[in-house]
Design a protein. Structure first.
Length: 82
């Protein structure tokens, strides 16, 4: 990846994360609307949702017989839980 592509990817991620209302980040807006603390969302909720999405992707790739994509997820999760 070239530097311009990296910067473009950074900007896309930043503006995706940035909320439109009052310039808040999405987790601050979610914290206000759901009545949960930002710490709970960032420490508990985000890792659980991210891990579930990662596992769902691994299962989909396994069903499609694409073990090259599936095995790094499985190995990475096993090394984190050990």
């Amino acid at each position: 990846m070239h530097k311009n592509e990296e910067f473009g990817a950074f900007l896309c991620i930043f503006f995706t994360m940035k909320g439109l209302k009052g310039g808040k980040f999405w987790w601050q807006a979610a914290s206000d609307s759901w009545g949960l603390s930002v710490s709970f969302i960032s420490i508990i909720l985000l890792p659980i949702v991210g891990n579930a999405a990662e596992h769902a992707g691994a299962v989909i790739f396994a069903f499609r017989n694409k073990l090259v994509c599936c095995l790094p997820v499985v190995v990475g999760n096993n090394s984190l839980s050990a």
